[in-house]
Design a binder for this molecule. Structure first.
Ligand SMILES: [Zn+2]
Length: 258
């Protein structure tokens, strides 16, 4: 029984006054049958602010009614390669997890399609500066440009500006906090480093998993990178985190401290 609102059926399929239409198919070429598959309208509720980042860069709930047993997943230094992005996105989807991808401007410029995929598949884009340099060593104008040029290219590519900023190497100062604030960016480093960037982890997914699990705590802000062994580690890592009773915080529910 198909008693649906015709306004959400396929275009033209429900037109009853098209007397000039002698073709059995619709004008758009789709077959005119009565068993149209009706898709539920995809209305996403606006994310509600539930969490903030504290001084130790942990994710903490805004009030006691919200679970504190959460972790934040982040992936820095991309977007680099299609295969790795696919791997990360597929695994995140399999665990219904959202993450922040902290991107560099020069990589976005080289791989705009990868940034679009990250965004189109519901993941969150963060700002990791243009060149991945130590911003503490730059003068104020250069540091500001490193941040703001990324805001621009991300907006030009996906239609919205990042809400989160992480300085390369976690290296910042008062001026950088001010620049982030001026751009409406929530500043963070991390509180659980996977050490996937360390030579001891190279090609060793098990070491990446162990590093994160050894440091796992409420509100862990987990730093990972777009690296092959991290892509390989991710499914098992997320399973282990879930088995410990943690859930993955949706970055869209993170806002400025109340
Ligand atoms: Zn980085």
């Amino acid at each position: 029984m198909n008693s649906t609102d015709p306004s959400i059926t396929a275009p033209a399929a429900a037109d009853s006054d098209s007397s000039s239409d002698t073709d059995p198919t619709n004008t758009d070429g789709t077959p005119d049958n009565s068993s149209n598959v009706i898709e539920e309208p995809q209305i996403e509720a606006a994310p509600v602010a539930q969490y903030h980042i504290n001084k130790a860069y942990n994710v903490v709930p805004n009030d006691e009614s919200i679970s504190k047993k959460v972790v934040l997943l982040t992936f820095d230094d991309g977007p680099k390669e299609q295969d790795m992005i696919n791997g990360l996105l597929d695994t995140l989807d399999n665990h219904q997890a959202k993450a922040i991808f902290f991107v560099n401007g020069y990589r976005v410029k080289a791989n705009p399609d990868l940034l679009k995929q990250i965004h189109d598949r519901g993941q969150i884009v963060g700002n990791h500066s243009w060149d991945h340099i130590d911003l503490k060593k730059e003068n104020s104008d250069n540091a500001r440009k490193q941040v703001e040029d990324v805001q621009e290219i991300v907006e030009d590519t996906i239609g919205e500006r990042p809400r989160f900023f992480r300085p390369p190497f976690g290296s910042g100062n008062e001026n950088l906090h001010k620049i982030a604030e001026d751009n409406g960016l929530i500043y963070m480093t991390w509180s659980n480093g996977s050490l996937d960037w360390d030579s001891k982890s190279k090609n060793k997914p098990d070491v990446v998993i162990q590093n994160v699990m050894d440091q796992l705590h409420n509100g862990s802000n987990i730093l990972m990178h777009e690296l092959p062994w991290t892509v390989e580690a991710l499914d098992e890592l997320l399973t282990k985190i879930e088995e410990k009773g943690y859930s993955f915080v949706d970055p869209r529910t993170i806002s400025e401290a109340p």
